[in-house]
Design a protein around this ligand. Structure first.
Ligand code: PLP
Length: 373
């Protein structure tokens, strides 16, 4: 099997798995308890917080553990909305993940105005676009760091500047970007950032929200006093520890992995020479990310024929794969239907090899019906 759907999820890093074991088997105490048996889990959580913070240029106290990207997005958007009765307007983009779009829809139902920016045809939200929509009533701007269907990376630094010049907060859903491209929240001046461990070779069901010191925001889960009373619930120590190990490992190798994956992209594209297709997304895209639209083809059929050859790819976002209608992302970049229906997403990851890239390209060419090179 060749796994090329790393934007949907990634394989668990083995050292992350090993790091989890003691907290599942022997060090199983509740980290909130005062006795000495709880000392090690407590220490492990603090160390994980420090490691994660250092990977994104944050301070340890700015990291809040959550159950993943969806929860982090919900928290950032809803807490920002509820924290300032005088500034109620929100701005996001039309091609966000549904964790953001549906959180925005929820606050819209409560009477908060939300504006949706449309990306350019290469999948970019520009600062000019934001400037034309933002006002001094805007509380939050939420724009993803990199799109999960087409991989385009957003000009986050410029967007933060525009946001702050109007006294608003900037949140980014960086679920696809953390652990894959360098991110320094201080340098970029990000206020809130969502991340999810299973996208960077950590376990599923764990993630974090970065909240810059000084940002006033309300708790998401009400209950006990975990996470400084902001996110109640007994900590998932094993998953937190594994997330930190996985992120550190990915960040240590981030440039070499990226270079390797960009080389693999070229191999796949090289095998498709002469076929009628569009590569979606901007020049600034996630390494190893290929969103390809084949004219007059059926993306769903391509996926199944690739599957029969032992290759896992996707047609759009994984969470959307039950729907056959055009994805909201492809609609937002105004891709014509004759190409959009034939779209597949190939996302290469750390575990892929040059041979995988060659096999994917050759198999795709055969499946599309082009002559074998
Ligand atoms: N945001 C983006 C951009 C994603 O790609 C995903 C997952 O596909 C999520 C949020 C949701 O993250 P999680 O699966 O951790 O809830």
């Amino acid at each position: 099997m060749v796994y090329a759907d790393n934007a949907a999820t990634t394989a668990l890093d083995e050292s992350a798995y090993e790091a989890m074991r003691p907290y599942l088997l022997s060090e199983y105490s509740n980290a909130s308890q005062p006795y000495s048996f709880a000392r090690q889990p407590k220490k492990a959580i603090q160390e994980a917080r420090e490691t994660i913070a250092s990977c994104i240029g944050a301070l340890p106290e700015e990291i809040y553990f959550t159950s993943g990207g969806t929860e982090s997005d919900n928290w950032a958007i809803k807490a920002s909305a509820f924290s300032d009765p005088d500034k109620r307007a929100m701005i996001t983009s039309a091609f966000e993940h549904h964790a953001v779009l549906n959180s925005c829809a929820a606050i819209e139902r409560l009477g908060y105005p939300v504006a949706y920016l449309w990306p350019t045809s290469d999948g970019t939200i520009t600062s000019e676009n934001l400037e034309g929509c933002i006002s001094d009533n805007t509380r939050l701007v939420s724009i993803m760091f990199a799109n999960n269907e087409i991989g385009s990376i957003q000009p986050v630094k410029d967007l933060c500047k525009v946001t702050h010049s109007h006294g608003a907060l900037f949140h980014t859903d960086a679920v696809q970007a953390v652990g894959h491209i360098r991110i320094d929240v201080r340098e970029l001046e990000i206020d809130l950032l969502s991340a999810s461990a299973h996208k960077f070779n950590g376990p599923k069901g764990i993630g974090f929200l970065y909240v810059r010191n000084g940002v006033d925001f309300s708790p998401y889960m009400d209950g006990g006093s975990q996470e400084k009373g902001k996110r109640a619930g007994t900590e998932n120590v094993a998953a937190i520890v594994a997330m930190a190990v996985a992120l550190k490992r990915n960040c240590e190798e981030i440039e070499t992995t990226a270079r390797r994956l960009v080389g693999y992209e070229d191999i796949v594209i090289g095998e498709l020479e002469g076929l009628d297709f569009i590569r979606n997304g901007s020049k600034e895209h996630l390494p190893g990310f290929l969103s390809l639209s084949f004219r007059g083809k059926d993306g769903e059929a391509i996926l199944h024929r690739m599957d029969l050859q032992g290759i896992c790819i996707s047609t759009g976002a994984a969470c959307d794969s039950v729907h056959t209608q055009l994805s909201h992302v492809l609609k937002s970049i105004r891709l014509s239907e004759e190409y959009a229906l034939g779209t597949v997403r190939i996302t290469l990851g750390r575990n892929n090899t040059e041979e995988d890239a060659m096999l994917i390209g050759k198999t795709l060419r055969k499946v599309i019906g082009g002559k074998v090179k």
